[in-house]
Ligand binder design. Structure first.
Ligand SMILES: Nc1ncnc2c1ncn2[C@@H]1O[C@H](COP(=O)(O)OP(=O)(O)OP(=O)(O)O)[C@@H](O)[C@H]1O
Length: 367
């Protein structure tokens, strides 16, 4: 660690604190995550999910793990440094983001997700704080909860931040998949448009209540498996017709609404895969720039992810923590139209600084 000079704490998460630091030899600015738990052997460290999953990932839209250091039983992850997280950008914004910015960010995140899902991982804790931005480039960070798609159940740990948590997770499904990341992206995309969380539940039960009030309660047609899941845990969905997302997100174009609506489908199998999302008309104007052309201004047309493996991603069983009971539903829930404007960022804690160079732009959207 003497090779690095710690400059400033830029984040404090569940598992570690994150520092902006400088490599004394090269002058490179990096982010160092110092884990809170002590690690008494290397074996313990290399079996960590964050190490196992990030080590295997090399994509422009996934934050790069440069080094893992264990010193005096403390574990440090050295990452490439990113200027902001998306939550900070949302929180400080007074005017709405232009749709072109939202399109550009989402296009990149779906590229990262398609890569990750194709390689057999899903993130499980996507939220604005875990999407890091430097200039026009956005990267997925925090693989503390990433799971191998083929790994074996049951699992009992906490899964994902409530506001972005998929309904199958809320309903304690033993079976869930990379589609939980697609649900989270629907909620994040809506938040980018309104600057307010779409489903700001104050408890797990309230979370599902808010989802029902926005997208309408599930039916046999929209999510038969969900009705079974609810029956298994003796849960009764509150009855709501739902609203068209365009009433909650009036600034979004028709194609943006169509993508968010399909991402926020009750039934995971009805949500698009990341590879499919990239082909959605919302991204019609987006182009992929292959690495060989990045230094020049030429661009090539998108689809490097056609044929992403979808079916195998679905086959993953999980056990989830948390309980859901009707008694926990908040009684003073406002009308659906108010949902999008009622969230606050109280659970979020971050203070980032401006610094560092950006990567080459790889994915470009034309308005
Ligand atoms: N590579 C990076 N560059 C700059 N800032 C970063 C970087 N990685 C993380 N951060 C900042 O630190 C915060 C916490 O990081 P991270 O999410 O990895 O920690 P965690 O303990 O796993 O958090 P969580 O409570 O979300 O699980 C992020 O929201 C981000 O603002």
């Amino acid at each position: 660690m003497e090779r690095y000079k710690l400059i400033k704490e830029v984040g404090d998460g569940t598992f570690g604190s994150v520092w902006r630091a400088i490599n004394k030899q090269t002058g490179e600015v990096v982010a160092i995550k110092k884990m809170k738990k002590r690690y008494y052997s290397w074996e313990e460290c290399v079996s960590l999910r964050e190490v196992k999953s990030l080590r295997r990932m090399n994509h422009l839209n996934i934050v790069k793990l440069k080094e893992v250091i264990r010193e005096s039983d403390i574990l440090y992850f050295v990452f490439e440094y990113m200027e902001y997280n998306l939550y900070q950008l949302i929180k400080d914004k007074e005017k709405l983001f232009p749709e072109a910015d939202i399109r550009n960010w989402c296009f990149q995140v779906f590229q990262g997700l398609a890569y990750m899902h194709q390689r057999g991982y899903f993130h499980r804790d996507l939220k604005p704080e875990n999407l890091l931005v430097t200039k026009d480039v956005i990267k997925i960070a925090d693989f503390g909860l990433a799971r191998e798609i083929d790994s074996q159940p049951p699992y009992t740990e906490y899964v994902s931040t409530r506001w972005y948590r998929a309904p199958e997770v809320l309903l304690q499904s033993y079976l869930y998949s990379s589609k939980v990341d697609m649900w989270a992206m629907g909620a994040i995309m809506a938040e980018l448009f309104t600057l307010r969380p779409l489903f700001p539940g104050v408890s797990e039960a309230d979370e599902i209540y808010k989802i029902c009030s926005v997208i309408g309660s599930p039916t046999k047609d929209s999510w038969a498996d969900g009705l079974h899941l609810a029956r298994d845990i003796n849960y009764q969905f509150p009855q709501f017709a739902g609203v068209h997302l365009s009433t909650l997100i009036p600034s979004a174009s028709e194609s943006a609404i169509s993508l968010m609506t399909s991402l926020c489908s009750w039934d995971p199998s009805k949500r698009p895969t990341a590879a499919e999302a990239l082909q959605h008309p919302f991204f019609q104007s987006c182009y992929y720039v292959p690495p060989s052309l990045r230094s020049r201004s030429t661009v090539a047309r998108t689809p490097p992810f056609a044929g992403a493996r979808g079916a195998s991603e679905q086959q993953c069983a999980r056990k989830l923590s948390g309980t859901l009971s009707n008694s926990k539903i908040s009684s003073n829930f406002p009308s659906p139209k108010l949902h999008a404007s009622m969230g606050t960022g109280v659970q979020r804690k971050l203070d980032m600084v401006n610094q560092v160079s950006a990567d080459a732009y790889s994915f470009i959207c034309f308005i």
